[in-house]
Design a protein around this ligand. Structure first.
Ligand code: ADP
Length: 473
């Protein structure tokens, strides 16, 4: 529980710092141990190389007479003659000392920082380490070979402290530099995560303010960008747009339904009140009951349509698609509507034969019925409603046109919205509830199609439903 309460930014920083610490630790340990072993190998090689090369620089001379002495060469009296030590003899270099000693362990030439016990002398024919006065040294001894050189030895001594001087400076530098670089990396990492996570803070703040304050109009305000967080923010904004739209529609819907139901309920109540107060004659009661019935039917009609909408939207009314002969279906409905029509209006057919499509037969019938009944409702006595059906290369077009009262340009864009009624005074006797065209649109879109309307006031209207051609899989 406690771990989850930590922010992602903190977690990243902690893991990042710990990993860096581990890497620095391992690097230091490796540097230290590798450099130690490299040094040891190196010092041993240097020691033997220097002692072996110095052994070549010593020669015995019987006398110095007639000898051409070279500047820098050293001459030591030894036995019956002299020892010539060439100036190339190197008695000290990079912490490695070389000295010349006789068989009594007396120092003849050079320098030796270590004093060996009697038991130790001439035992270092292999490079070996010893401790002397707290310091570590490597020693290598070899006898000189050559004329009259018997009993002479070269002893090489390498001081670890002096030899590692340069190395320890490098290690020291690494020891300070690496942690400093690690701290710098952590700092840079912190700045980068802070910067990268800044949009996330904005997203969180906006989401929290929306969920806490019910202000659905708020949006995540981020400058344009293409990274994951910007995409997330834009998805969130799209989601908020949709949520806001859904809430608005929900609100609008509730208020529209209440508004639409209030009128018939008020009419019913006032009719009841009026009839109860007065001592009416039977025919007047009948009239009141007829009004109540018609309002009741209107409410029933609205509730049925609303129920139908909500089932469609919730997916509880799944599309039952079947290959349907639309030409025949349209012709049947035209005949049916003509029989039901109580106005002097002719329903004309302009239907191409043999047009079939994959549709939900029941829903498609509703589209036709709604459009034709509207044509009749808003038509002109003696006028017509014409149904035409034709197939184009990529779509099927159903058109219902009339020569009725028409729709004003201001109303035309809104007629597909639920409960929108252009002007109820235009057809007071038969005014509907404003759901018919919204249902036509919904059904067309469910079939992957679209709707459009053209109209001229006083001249008539044309409603078109375009359906894509879908073949049965
Ligand atoms: P209603 O139940 O009011 O008919 P609709 O959704 O079917 O609801 O239609 C919405 C509005 O569009 C109607 O109130 C009407 O004003 C207008 N309308 C629809 N069809 C026609 C038409 N054929 N001629 C003129 N106006 C129409």
């Amino acid at each position: 529980m406690k771990r989850n309460s930590m922010s992602i930014r903190k977690k990243i920083m902690i893991w990042f710092s710990l990993s860096l610490l581990l890497i620095v630790g391992i690097t230091l340990a490796l540097t230290f141990s590798i450099s130690q072993s490299v040094f040891t190998t190196d010092i041993k090689t240097q020691l033997t190389a220097q002692v072996d090369s110095n052994a070549q620089e010593i020669e015995f001379l019987n006398s110095l007479a007639g000898q051409e002495t070279e500047l820098g060469d050293q001459y030591l009296s030894f036995g019956d003659g002299f020892l010539e030590i060439d100036d190339d003899f190197c008695d000290y270099r990079n912490g490695v000392y070389t000295c010349l000693i006789d068989k009594e362990n007396s120092l003849l030439y050079g320098e030796c920082p270590v004093r060996l016990n009697q038991s130790q002398i001439f035992t270092f024919t292999q490079v070996s380490p010893i401790k002397y006065k707290g310091d570590r040294y490597y020693i290598y001894e070899r006898p000189l070979q050559g004329k009259n050189l018997d009993g002479l030895w070269l002893r090489g001594v390498a001081s670890q402290r002096e030899g590692t001087h340069l190395l320890s400076s490098i290690i020291k530098l690494v020891m300070y530099l690496l942690p400093a670089l690690a701290v710098l990396s952590v700092l840079i990492g912190y700045l980068i995560t802070r910067r990268s996570f800044a949009p996330l803070q904005k997203i969180m703040a906006t989401a929290q303010s929306i969920s806490g304050g019910n202000d659905l109009s708020r949006r995540i305000d981020l400058p344009p960008g293409k990274d994951e967080l910007h995409k997330l923010a834009s998805s969130y904004n799209d989601m908020f747009d949709r949520l806001e739209g859904a809430f608005q529609r929900e609100k609008q819907f509730t208020s529209d339904v209440s508004h639409e139901l209030r009128t018939p309920v008020s009419v019913i109540l006032s009719q009841c009140e009026y009839s109860l107060e007065l001592d009416e004659r039977p025919e007047e009661y009948r009239e009141a009951l007829e009004v109540i019935q018609s309002q009741g039917l209107k409410m029933k009609d609205m509730i049925t349509q609303l129920l139908f909408f909500s089932r469609l939207e919730q997916g509880r009314e799944p599309l039952q698609l079947e290959t349907t002969d639309l030409s025949r279906l349209a012709a049947d409905i035209c005949r049916e509507q003509q029989t039901l029509c109580h106005r002097p209006i002719t329903i004309r057919q302009n239907i191409s034969a043999g047009i079939s499509a994959l549709v939900d037969r029941r829903l498609f019938s509703r589209v036709l019925e709604n459009l034709i009944s509207n044509g009749i409702k808003y038509g002109r006595d003696g006028g017509y409603v014409e149904i035409s059906l034709r197939q184009e290369p990529h779509q099927i077009l159903l058109t219902v046109s009339d020569d009725g009262i028409g729709i004003s340009p201001e109303d035309l864009p809104h007629i597909w919205s639920r409960f929108y009624q252009a002007d109820s005074a235009r057809s007071p006797e038969q005014s509907g509830v404003g759901l018919g065209l919204a249902m036509v649109k919904e059904i067309a879109e469910l079939h992957g199609g679209s709707v459009r309307a053209e109209s001229r006031m006083g001249q008539g209207s044309v409603f078109t439903v375009a359906l894509p051609i879908v073949v049965n899989p």
